[in-house]
Design a protein around this ligand. Structure first.
Ligand code: PGA
Length: 247
């Protein structure tokens, strides 16, 4: 059975006390055990949140794919693992756009994370320009081919894919459930072609991009949508709760 996942990407938001408060509110919410909840806080709060985590997993938004060394300002995957992190985000469009993370570099990140047995949420998604020229499906599959599909089927078990159309992120303009379902089924078909039935049936594919309490139910009812990667709405405990219970 595919895992149902609701992940909150807090991005570069919240001061320490707000983060602690929000996390404890989310921790105390009664959500079905079938739903895995993960939050990705700013890196400096991870240690504190992990200490109090019981029901909610705490992951990292970013890392540098080297074990250690002279990489001023960076945090390694080994350091994250060492403090108890088991989940990382890779390939978010903001990292691709603002920090020039290329498909090749993302492949290195994937390898570094998988090498340590980390769970990866790998983000993909097209810009409006690409969608308007009707090249969105091949664009997304190329992202997956370039950074992910070199993994073995055993390694792929550690991966969740998040489809996040860039034009829907933080814009309030959500993909329609039909657009999401079309892309998710296309992604699943690509997993089927590359890895076979078992992988295609078991990999979770999340939708991200202005997912909120009013559209989550419809999106999650699509047969190929297994949950969401939530930005803005994950900063409000009530909204995150509504989304986590929208199955
Ligand atoms: P959003 O962000 O929900 O605020 O659109 C989603 C994301 O960037 O993961």
């Amino acid at each position: 059975m595919r895992k149902k996942i609701v992940a909150g990407n807090w991005k570069m938001n919240l001061l320490h006390s707000d983060a602690i408060r929000l996390f404890s509110e989310i921790e105390n919410q009664q959500v079905s055990e079938d739903v895995i909840r993960i939050v990705f806080p700013p890196c400096i709060y991870i240690s504190d949140l992990i200490k109090s985590a019981k029901n909610v997993l705490v992951g990292a938004q970013n890392f540098y794919p080297k074990e250690n060394g002279a990489y001023t300002g960076e945090v390694s995957i080994n350091q994250l693992k060492d403090i108890g992190v088991n989940h990382v985000l890779i390939g978010h469009s903001e990292r691709r756009m603002f920090f020039n993370e290329t498909n090749e570099f993302l492949k290195e990140k994937v390898d570094a994370a998988i090498h340590l047995g980390m769970h990866v949420i790998f983000c993909c998604g097209e810009s409006l320009e690409v969608r308007d020229t009707n090249n969105h499906e091949s664009f997304v599959i190329n992202q997956l081919n370039s950074s992910l599909y070199h993994l073995t089927s055993d390694q792929l078990k550690l991966v969740t894919i998040a489809y996040e159309p860039i034009w829907a992120i933080g814009t309030g303009r959500t993909a329609t459930s039909q657009q999401a379902e079309e892309m998710h089924s296309h992604i699943r078909k690509s997993v089927l072609e590359r890895y076979g039935n078992e992988s295609a049936d078991s990999i979770s594919i999340l939708y991200g991009g202005s997912c909120n309490p009013s559209n989550a139910k419809e999106l999650f009812s699509c047969s190929n949508v297994d949950g969401g990667l939530i930005g803005g709405a994950s900063l409000k405990a009530d909204d995150f709760f509504s989304i986590s219970t929208a199955y």
